[in-house]
Write a protein that binds this ligand. Structure first.
Ligand code: ADP
Ligand code: MG
Length: 713
């Protein structure tokens, strides 16, 4: 029988070559294919007169064929098919290349919906190779057409066709994992309706209904998974750690701990003295000094003859922790290793072997690394403490693995995202919270301004001056590359009642904007950095920026958790309206770390305007007036819902690379669904802790927590 786990090669016309292309998109099974949700939709329902089509994107037009297609042979042995069609606003020449079979398709007088780029040519118009659908009165054509993330060897049509075929094949396997009671109470549609309409929406309403159900599912599964995993750890036991002096660590520091740091360390110390495993999250603004608290916790484990591990979401960050902490621990007599993806294989083997060494004299007590620490063959002889930094950056599967690995260890999580208590409960299950709400003395305030496009030239002048004085500049953009067409509409836009295609200001992309800045500042060293680069390349760029060899670093939010560059004094955020406040706050924390006076400039995209009434505008104003991460977090929750705490900017790449790897859910927008789903998950687990009465659901939870790729920027 065909199931969600069947390979996509069960589909007609999908052989080895197509399967290999699908593999590049992370799609192996029919289930994967159905989860490959469209990244956008062509808005073919927004039919416009030729005279009012988008100048630089695709549009839908409804044209009557005026002349039969004529074939023209070109010298290059290519053939060209030409026809004329018109609407009340003008006449359009339509051309196709090498598609002679279309010759019989367009009888004179018939009406077609064409979709594509409309160019102005003299007094008329031209479309090259538009999509064409016959228009018969009384039979409405679907208004939206899915646009998928692509790779070579596949076409949009192919994916759409395959997704439809997969849905058909799986119709028999149509069991809905969500308990019917919940589905009814929350007025959600069935799963099969949702999948059908997310790939091939009947209309806008169906698409929104489908989306709501799928988002609910993502949150529901997530909540079930984290609660179940969390429960397992808490029921286990961990070694109780006796308290000894941490002076050997603190005496080495050039500063004294703040009161907030001491309180946090005290809370950690008391947790670790128990035989119950600690599950604590340490929250505090960027730069408040969480690392040293983690170091104190690690020292406590080491003093008790146990091992400690510190895991960071990026190689850059892991390396920085290693460079900061290893010398401190070496001086106290504890050796420390760095384990990241790029660590040479032999070195990796050596580290892994010494981690599980029974002989304490040869055992490695301390390891710092990335999720490379989560691979199966890493095991600890006597794990006492596992620390993760910027936990919200890890995917669900990695969290689950982490919880498993640390089953008999204490767990400390650090996050620079100040999470309101109510939300922390949803996101982190039952972690105890320590807040560091005090900054080390002497920190400067980063002056913040919100501007729009009309300030562009002044802004450029400011960049020039800062670099001229020896400073360095960050520019953050919401997207990696331009990929959205002006005629396309993403789900976010559809949520706005009126004219969905109006969309939002076009997104600046890191690659494109870096190019523009290079042109504008030929004398400056401009580089881009984004999540699609190999980690070696990212590392290299970041290191050169840190070494002062790059003047302007144009990046996506991968630098959000980047290294400390005290010489950077200007943070510019493009399309700032696309980012959550907490995220902006974190970005701002990247500057003002050294002696240079520092600034943060938030550039609102076109259309956000200066109006006080504009909600985007208001949000940005919070940034100008508020410098306390917790206050910003509360504002964010009030204004937008819980999203920003998960680090989800509006851009799709971010949704994949950071955040909690939700496919569809935009936690910034869907906070209400999140809290309902979490509530329902908790209630269900109270009734049925192992989901015995819901085997399909239990299966889905297991699946979600194992198949998800480690998409970490
Ligand atoms: P974060 O909380 O963002 O991880 P870090 O732990 O990286 O912050 O600390 C930021 C910087 O502040 C580091 O350079 C660290 O040495 C310094 N720092 C930490 N605690 C103090 C303190 N009590 N007084 C002065 N500087 C401190
Ligand atoms: Mg940190």
């Amino acid at each position: 029988m065909v199931t969600r786990q069947s390979p996509i090669t069960v589909l007609q016309g999908v052989g080895a070559a197509k399967a290999a292309a699908y593999e590049r998109l992370g799609i192996r099974t029919l289930g994967d294919l159905l989860l490959h949700y469209p990244r956008a939709y062509e808005n073919r329902g927004d039919i416009r007169p030729l005279a009012q089509t988008h100048p630089d994107g695709k549009s839908a037009v409804l044209l009557t064929v005026a002349s039969e297609p004529k074939a023209v042979r070109l010298r290059s042995r290519k053939s060209l098919l030409k026809l004329r069609a018109f609407d009340e606003s003008g006449s359009c020449e339509i051309v196709y290349f090498n598609q002679d079979y279309l010759k019989s398709k367009f009888p004179v007088g018939s009406v077609y919906r064409f979709y594509g780029k409309v160019e102005r040519v003299g007094k008329g118009y031209r479309m090259s190779a538009p999509a064409a659908e016959a228009w018969a009165t009384g039979i409405p054509l679907p208004p939206y057409r899915a646009v998928y993330r692509m790779t070579d060897g596949l076409s949009q049509n192919q994916i759409a066709k395959d997704a439809e075929a997969a849905l058909e094949l799986l119709a028999a396997d149509g069991e809905d994992p969500l308990p019917a009671e919940i589905r009814e109470r929350r007025s959600l549609c069935t799963l099969s309706y949702a999948l059908r309409n997310i790939h091939k929406p009947e209309d806008r309403a169906s698409l929104l209904i489908a989306r709501r159900r799928l988002i609910y599912d993502e949150f529901f599964t997530f909540s079930l998974g984290t609660s179940m995993a969390g429960r397992r750890t808490r029921s286990a036991s961990a070694p109780a750690c006796k308290w000894q002096e941490i002076a050997p660590l603190t005496d080495q520091l050039p500063y004294t701990l703040t009161g907030a740091q001491m309180r946090a360390i005290d809370e950690i110390r008391r947790d670790m003295a128990q035989e119950l495993p600690m599950s604590r999250i340490l929250v505090g603004d960027v730069g408040c000094g969480k690392t040293v608290c983690a170091a104190a916790a690690m020292l406590i484990a080491l003093q008790n003859g146990l091992q400690a591990a510190l895991m960071a979401p990026t190689e850059i960050l892991a390396r920085q922790h290693y460079e900061d902490l290893a010398p401190l621990f070496e001086r106290m007599g504890y050796s420390c290793a760095l384990l990241v993806g790029a660590t040479p294989a032999a070195e990796k083997r050596r580290i892994k072997a010494s981690l599980c060494e029974k002989d304490p004299a040869r055992r490695l007590p301390l390891v710092i690394g990335t999720h490379a620490l989560l691979t199966e063959d890493v095991s600890f002889a006597f794990a006492g403490l596992v620390v993760t930094d910027e936990q919200h950056r890890f995917g669900a599967r990695q969290r689950a693995t982490l919880l498993e690995k640390s089953e008999h260890a204490h767990l400390l999580v650090m996050s620079a995202t100040p999470i309101p208590r109510s939300l922390a409960l949803v996101l982190y299950g039952d972690l105890a919270i320590s807040r560091i709400d005090e900054m080390p003395p002497g920190r400067q305030r980063v002056d913040t301004f919100a501007v729009d496009e009309s300030y562009r030239e002044r802004l450029n002048g400011f960049i020039e001056r800062q670099v001229g004085e020896g400073g360095q500049v960050y520019v953050v953009c919401p997207a990696v590359e331009e990929e959205k067409d002006a005629g396309e509409v993403d789900l976010y836009d559809l949520l706005e009642e009126d004219a969905p295609v109006r969309g939002r200001a076009p997104m600046k992309s890191a690659v494109g904007h870096a190019e523009a800045l290079r042109e504008r500042f030929p004398g400056l060293r401009v580089e881009s950095l984004h999540g699609r680069m190999k980690s070696r390349e990212k590392e290299d760029v970041m290191q050169r920026f840190a070494a002062g060899q790059i003047d302007i670093l144009v990046s996506t939010t991968v630098i959000e958790v980047g290294v400390n560059v005290p010489n950077a004094c200007l943070m510019i955020v493009e399309n700032a309206e696309r980012f959550g406040l907490s995220q902006l706050h974190q970005l701002r924390g990247r500057v003002g770390r050294g002696k240079r006076k520092s600034w943060c400039i938030l550039v609102a995209g076109d259309g956000v305007g200066q109006s006080e009434e504009n909600p985007s505008r208001k949000r940005l104003d919070v940034m100008r007036t508020t410098y306390d991460g917790f206050a910003i977090a509360e504002q964010d929750l009030e204004q937008r819902g819980p999203g920003d705490f998960l680090g989800s900017a509006a851009d799709g790449t971010l949704r994949q690379s950071g955040g909690l790897s939700f496919r569809l859910a935009d936690v910034a927008e869907d906070g209400e669904i999140l809290s309902r789903a979490a509530q329902d998950a908790k209630a269900l687990l109270r009734e049925d802790p192992e989901l015995q009465a819901h085997p399909v659901l239990a299966e889905r939870v297991r699946e979600a927590f194992t198949i998800e790729e480690g998409l970490i920027s």
